[in-house]
Design a protein. Sequence first.
Length: 303
Amino acid sequence: MDSARDRRSGRIIDAIRLWEMEVVGRDDYVCPGCGIQVFPASFQKGVSKRAPYFTPSANKHIDPCGVSGFEKLVDRAKEESISLPDGFPLPYPNKLVLTDERPVVDGGDTRPVPRGAATRPGGRPNGQAAASFHGHTVATIRPICGQYMQYPHDRGLDLSIPDCPGDTYATVFQRLAFSGMWLMRQRTRLFCVALRWSAPARTDDHMEVSLDAGEWDEATGKPGRFYRLRVQWAHWTDRQRTTLHGEIRAAQQDAIDSRKQDQKSPGKAWVFFVGTQDAEDDSLIVASRYALVCCRFGEMLSA
């Protein structure tokens, strides 16, 4: 499971955030669908070989619980929409909040969950799960980007990100490719783009990576210029820098390994970020907030 509900706050958190925590409470999480206890796994930074996740161990989900059929739904989602008439069959992020305070939203409740209680997504104990979900707030773009990749036919779901135009997954994300460079009318966007193979260049002030998108040189039949992402991280903590750099290098290595196994593998390292195109250098996009940058490996399907 990629997400779970924190018993103490009632909030749904993305598993990747376990890497950021100094202390991870083994008994602090429940399934957001049916409320059974789930346990954090693979969260030891620098030791675990895969990204963090939550596991129900020997427990069984309480039917009906959409989360328990996650893998089957993800497989179906590659071919078709899995949205229901009254919502989505799994918990999904629909709003990014960049403060410590999160408002109560439809389909969600930030009240603490009693220890040991099976809960509905809204935090109400009764042992039954709702058949559909209506979105929840998150504190980083990581779960939002995971949703975008895994459910290509459901990008009509509502989404709100501060300072970014658009109100659905389809309209908020801006995909960069080799379609030329120019000064964009809306220079601040949630960008999505594949990474090149080169390692990030790092200083105390920033990290810069080369993106697999930009301007094609028709004369040579090769790329002429590439977009670059500069992450201004002078104000970040050491843990935040290490986490992002580790995400990027791990995704690049996954892409290399995937290509070694199959030259036609569609898997790539994808970087997502809320950034602003430089006014004088149209090839440079700058991001500065830790919550607004992430990297994931996988196949980017189109609807």
